[in-house]
Write a protein that binds this ligand. Structure first.
Ligand SMILES: Cc1cc2nc3c(=O)[nH]c(=O)nc-3n(C[C@H](O)[C@H](O)[C@H](O)COP(=O)(O)OP(=O)(O)OC[C@H]3O[C@@H](n4cnc5c(N)ncnc54)[C@H](O)[C@@H]3O)c2cc1C
Length: 249
């Protein structure tokens, strides 16, 4: 019933931690069991709330890392001076309970039934790769074959989230890294922050009517989106998700 689904999305519910995967030394994927989950689309996020013993509460938003139809998972990067992310990346254990609400977000969604055969350009800064990974998994699971390029800006190879999955590059998916701080010996790929020239190299031609999804720290997203529009991408074809704050992924 539609009313039930809406109520479910707006209501805090208890989720149980099922399993944990360390993606990098600072990033962990948390799989959750959420009994009344209404289902989600690729690109949506959820709200997560923690309550301390003295009743103090803190809530944060996290993109959903799993594809539609898969158990809910989030991938959290630890910010050393953060309130919530150190707990999620270092203390939470299987069997623990958290409160979640969602899914949230109707704009930053990739739905192949709506976008058809248009090529996808995915641009990630750091943990901004999380909702884009949900899109890639969704593409594989439904057997979709639209061509995809993912440009992923990250400080070093050791900071690449989902590395085994991305290295596997499913058919039709091209993953291009730019390593902004540290490069392994012999690295021939990009080694700088994403800029207009790099986007020019990587982006699908405007004539192919591509759809772009940009996600990461706010300053990354704003700079990349502006570069895409300068290249001729219509603003409505550039979907953005800002994780807040600033940073150099
Ligand atoms: C729609 C949405 C989806 C998000 N999805 C994810 C996700 O999939 N994975 C993930 O790890 N985070 C994600 N975030 C960010 C997340 O909500 C928190 O902001 C983040 O985990 C920091 O929370 P904290 O309590 O640890 O830090 P806080 O105590 O809130 O902040 C600590 C310090 O870090 C700075 N800071 C806050 N957020 C960031 C940031 N994103 N980058 C750099 N510095 C920051 C603050 O300015 C402050 O100085 C998302 C945010 C939004 C809005």
């Amino acid at each position: 019933m539609a009313g039930t689904a809406v109520r479910g999305r707006l209501t805090w519910q208890t989720a149980t931690v099922d399993s944990l995967v360390d993606e990098t030394p600072k990033v962990r994927t948390i799989s959750l069991s959420v009994p009344d989950w209404a289902g989600h689309q690729a690109g949506q996020h959820l709200d997560l709330r923690l309550t301390a013993e003295d009743g103090y509460q803190a809530s944060r938003e996290y993109s959903i890392a799993s594809a539609p139809g898969e158990p809910v998972a989030i991938t959290v990067e630890k910010l050393d001076d953060g309130e919530v992310s150190p707990y999620l990346t270092e203390e939470v254990q299987p069997g623990d309970e958290l409160e979640v609400r969602g899914p949230v977000g109707g704009y930053f969604i990739w739905d192949p039934a709506v976008s058809g055969t248009t090529p996808l350009l995915l641009l990630a800064g750091g943990s901004g790769v999380v909702p884009l990974r949900a899109m890639l998994r969704h593409r594989s699971r439904v057997g979709n074959s639209v061509p995809v390029r993912l440009l992923y800006s990250v400080r070093s190879l050791a900071d690449v989230i989902y590395r085994p999955e991305l290295d596997a590059e499913p058919d039709g998916v091209q993953v291009i890294f730019t390593l902004t701080r540290q490069q392994p010996a012999g690295w021939t790929g990009y080694a700088r922050r994403v800029d207009q020239a790099m986007i020019n190299d990587v982006a699908w031609p405007v004539a192919q009517a591509p759809l772009a999804y940009v996600c990461g720290p706010t300053n990354f997203v704003e700079a990349v989106a502006a570069d895409l529009v300068a290249l001729g991408y219509p603003p409505l074809r550039v979907k953005t998700e800002r994780f807040g704050a600033t940073g150099t992924p």
